[in-house]
Design a protein. Structure first.
Ligand SMILES: C[S@@+](CC[C@H](N)C(=O)[O-])C[C@H]1O[C@@H](n2cnc3c(N)ncnc32)[C@H](O)[C@@H]1O
Length: 359
């Protein structure tokens, strides 16, 4: 086990997250058919149709899916009320979430929004109370940092030995998530999950055969050490508490009828991997404006990665200086993209799963 503390997981706030993550919204929108099919199957029991969005960040990216979900429920029962619980970690920017949800769903009668600042590694909802649970691009964040990476910033580029504790933590965390959700789901309820994965071709977020985002992060972070800005210890302290599971790793608890998850009554109904192309690289392919591409692209990386780099900096730097170092880091990434734009892309690589609670 590492002696290094787990960095605080936090998206950039004040709406920066959803304003700079068009791709995450595309991923969520692509789940709408899965959600519509799930809603058609779920028994409409017990008053309001109850929904949870696990790891919702500022709520902006899932507004389209939530509206489609309400429509799907109302197509079955025009008067059915819908209660949506948005969940994320306690220090998430829930103020922005409430504003985005009021702006995006406030016109829908009979839709009630709530929030819970509780980790999905804990129980969040009462027993058998949930009809449909959704989560987009959240469960690659582990419950803790289980080891250290010498040269890489992400386990996906760690050595085989470095990856072992990450894979073990990811398997244990996956079981924890599923067992809590199995307890929360009502009989016949469904979970629709879109999670980052390492797909059958070996691809993952930011690497689909061309430039590798995680290698580029590591290169520019080490570049700050070479420039005398940060120490070797700070280089090594930047480790994402994340893991991209393979399809086999996602399926494992379902493929074993004796597993705790199978015994809890969760059954896998659908599992596929899909790549959602980076919208910023797609626009660059049309417009061919390298500086505009770099200026739009790097903020989408920054929206979810900044806190890990800030957290790696020693507390002896005054806060303003830490921010300036991280600004310099993203500026050097942006300068590389502007100078050599071809091949940079944060394509999203997901495993899409639907599971049902038996009963
Ligand atoms: C990349 S964002 C995805 C946000 C949104 N679901 C989307 O797809 O656009 C990942 C979110 O997961 C949240 N998260 C990470 N670990 C979590 C945990 N243990 N419990 C709840 N939320 C968590 C983060 O705080 C962040 O808001």
């Amino acid at each position: 086990m590492s002696g290094q503390p787990t960095p605080i997981i936090r998206m950039r706030d004040a709406g920066y997250y959803s304003a700079n993550t068009i791709g995450a919204r595309h991923v969520i929108d692509s789940c709408i058919p899965l959600v519509q099919r799930a809603v058609a199957e779920i028994p409409l029991t017990g008053g309001a149709f109850r929904v949870a969005d696990y790891g919702a960040a500022d709520g902006g990216t899932s507004l389209g899916l939530q509206r489609a979900l309400v429509d799907a429920v109302r197509a079955r029962d025009a008067g059915r009320q819908v209660a949506i619980t948005y969940t994320d970690l306690p220090h998430n920017d829930f103020s922005t979430l409430f504003r985005q949800v009021q702006a995006g769903l406030g016109d829908l009668p009979g839709v009630f929004a709530f929030a819970s600042g509780t980790s999905f590694y804990s129980r969040i909802l009462p027993d058998a109370s949930l009809h449909l649970g959704f989560s987009g691009t959240a469960m690659h964040w582990l419950s803790r940092l289980p080891g250290q990476l010498a040269d890489a910033v992400h386990a996906v580029l760690g050595t085989a030995a470095e990856r072992v504790p990450f894979a073990a933590q990811a398997a244990a965390d996956w079981q924890t998530i599923l067992l809590h959700r199995a307890a929360e789901l009502a009989p016949g309820g469904r979970l629709v999950l879109a999670n980052f994965c390492q797909d059958e071709a070996g691809y993952y977020l930011g690497y689909t055969g061309r430039k590798n985002m995680h290698a580029t992060f590591a290169k520019h972070w080490a570049g700050l050490r070479d420039a005398g800005v940060i120490t070797e210890a700070e280089v090594r302290a930047a480790n994402f508490p994340q893991f991209y599971k393979t399809v086999a790793e996602f399926r494992a608890p379902f493929d074993d009828p004796a597993s705790a998850v199978s015994r809890a009554g969760l059954v896998l109904e659908h599992c596929e991997t899909r790549i959602t192309p980076c919208p910023y690289a797609a626009r660059f392919a049309q417009e061919r404006d390298p500086a505009a591409f770099a200026a739009a692209y790097v903020p989408t990386l920054r929206s979810w990665s900044e806190n890990v780099f800030l957290g790696a900096l020693d507390a002896s730097h005054p806060a303003g200086q830490r921010q300036a170092i991280v600004d310099r880091f993203y500026a050097s990434y942006e300068a590389e993209v502007a100078a050599e734009p071809d091949g940079h892309a944060m394509d999203y690589v997901h495993c899409f799963m639907v599971m049902a609670k038996q009963g």
